[in-house]
Design a protein around this ligand. Structure first.
Ligand SMILES: Cc1cc2nc3c(=O)[nH]c(=O)nc-3n(C[C@H](O)[C@H](O)[C@H](O)COP(=O)(O)OP(=O)(O)OC[C@H]3O[C@@H](n4cnc5c(N)ncnc54)[C@H](O)[C@@H]3O)c2cc1C
Length: 482
């Protein structure tokens, strides 16, 4: 019998599991895929938002501001990669300038400290972002915006939760739930699990989980966002995070630089039918490129590396749904679309309070260890690695990102068992460089095969059967240049 079972190892479920692992509790985190962070938490913009978009009085507004303020300390503990960069919302005409004023006023209402926000123009904008368009007339400057690596954050939370005693069950899709004699019986494809409390953090499938207990007061529908990632040669173009003032025609797209130094643009917002359709399309990618050029005109589409898409789990109730249901002990953390990544540490704290109010006894552990070391090792410019060097710390497996065998071995030996080359990618950044895995894929497969003692032909890139239709970047460049 577990005290608490959490369904879904995205950033929300993983943050909740880690927060609960500070207490003397029997905990399990249940995930249908073979790794954590394969849903919305894998494919998003990676922005630690400022919280000025959501209205005052909403959970989105409150928890975004709280979550943002927790990132610095979390990164010191968990080493996932976070940078406070600041962010600008650009205005291109008078209407946009009026929108900036509204954003500023809303930011104050939602709880942004006055010293963190200002409206700036002219030289100030160019000082912060020398490469923005000359058409920009003013900008809302929010200093506490940052960027993070969303999947490294999720992995770090889940790994630290497991290190502190959480029982992570991968490849364990929940297919039925019964409530009986004061506890929940959660049936997965592998086993039946008993738990006194149950948390629904199943992302885009949270409505399906809720309906297993006949709780159907919301639906989750997918809102796709597509992106283009560029090589590091373009990273000088953006220092902070660049947004555009929303208008009735568009919410605008973002231009940002990831924590690993890749220039990235997107997302759009498309309502789609299928809950797993992370394809990318020429029409939408072209729209994103055209929109991003309004902010930063000079990026080079010949330096595009790949496109990808993520699905926002939008709820029919609009705001985050974080509440105990009519079934005592069954708690929703559902409809967590943007800014859910930012809010996740604050969502976890709120969940713990809901559990406490519902009667769960919370006694702190003496031996909770908040620390989790980084996997990616910072290397000096004169790092003397070599291909096929016998020493793992010097043996370079991914040439583009200088990922060593030692880093891959470290990823494979952590407390979340992994077996695909994409799982290695999410931990080490191998496969993400200019050659897009042409050089390192087979080398990573050989290491996984050797370490897990399985034939190399059985090592896969990814576990999911569904392979999204992503635009071929070579074809995309040809089409854009024609
Ligand atoms: C395009 C886009 C851009 C975004 N940009 C930002 C941003 O810049 N900043 C920000 O703060 N937020 C952003 N967000 C929002 C953020 O990504 C989400 O709020 C967050 O990732 C949601 O996390 P989650 O854990 O609820 O969902 P998920 O990450 O989807 O996790 C849910 C998990 O539940 C598992 N699951 C589902 N069903 C079952 C089952 N039956 N049994 C077991 N497991 C199950 C899934 O496999 C999955 O791993 C963005 C989202 C998108 C899509």
């Amino acid at each position: 019998m577990y005290d608490v079972a959490v369904i879904g190892a995205g950033v929300v479920g993983s943050a909740i599991a880690r927060e609960l692992s500070k207490y003397q509790l029997e905990l399990t985190l249940i995930e249908k895929e073979s790794d954590v962070s394969t849903g919305a938490s894998k494919a998003n913009t990676g922005i630690v938002h400022g919280g000025y978009v959501a209205k005052a009085g909403t959970l989105k507004g409150e928890l975004c501001i709280k979550g943002n303020s927790m990132y610095q300390k979390l990164n010191e503990e968990l080493n996932f990669g976070y940078k406070k960069t600041g962010g600008l919302v650009l205005a291109f005409d008078e209407e946009d300038e009026k929108t900036l004023e509204k954003i500023y006023q809303n930011a104050l209402k939602v709880g942004q400290p006055e010293e963190e926000i200002e409206i700036i123009d002219g030289d100030r904008i160019k000082e912060i972002e020398p490469h923005v368009s000359d058409q920009v007339q003013a900008a809302f400057y929010c200093k506490n915006i940052g960027v993070t690596s969303p999947y490294e954050f999720t992995i770090a939370l889940a790994e630290n939760a497991v290190d502190n005693g959480v029982d992570l069950k991968l490849e364990s899709e929940v297919i039925n739930i019964e409530k009986d004699n004061g506890y929940f019986e959660v049936e997965t494809v592998n086993e039946k699990i008993k738990s006194r409390y149950l948390i629904n953090a199943a992302g885009i499938y949270a409505d399906r989980i809720a309906s297993m207990l006949n709780t159907d007061d919301f639906e989750i529908y997918p809102m796709r966002g597509e992106y283009v990632v560029f090589s590091k040669s373009q990273s000088h173009l953006v220092n902070s995070v660049i947004f555009q003032a929303p208008n009735p025609k568009t919410k605008g797209v973002v231009a940002t630089t990831t924590t690993h130094g890749n220039f990235m643009i997107g997302p759009n917002a498309e309502e789609i039918d299928k809950k797993n359709d992370v394809s990318t399309t020429f029409k939408e990618i072209k729209y994103i490129i055209d929109q991003a050029r309004r902010s930063v005109p000079d990026f080079d589409t010949n330096r595009m590396l790949r496109t990808f898409a993520g699905l926002r789990p939008k709820s029919t109730r609009g705001d985050f749904i974080i509440e105990e249901t009519e079934h005592k002990g069954f708690i929703q953390a559902a409809g967590i679309d943007s800014p859910g990544l930012t809010s996740s540490p604050a969502i976890a704290k709120k969940l713990v309070n809901i559990l406490k109010d519902s009667g769960l006894k919370l006694n702190k552990k003496d031996d909770f260890n908040p620390q989790r070391p980084a996997i990616v090792v910072e290397k000096d410019e004169d790092f003397a690695g070599e291909i096929d060097h016998q020493e793992p710390k010097k043996n370079i497996i991914c040439r583009c990102e200088t990922v060593t065998e030692a880093e891959i071995l470290d990823a494979l030996s952590r407390s979340i068992p992994i077996k695909t080359t994409d799982a290695v990618k999410r931990r080490t950044w191998a496969k993400t460089g200019e050659c897009q895995a042409n050089f390192c894929e087979s080398r990573i497969k050989k290491i996984i095969s050797r370490e897990l003692n399985i034939p190399v032909e059985e090592v896969k890139n990814r576990d999911e059967d569904y392979v999204p239709e992503r635009l071929d970047v070579y074809e995309l460049k040809k089409k854009l240049n024609s």
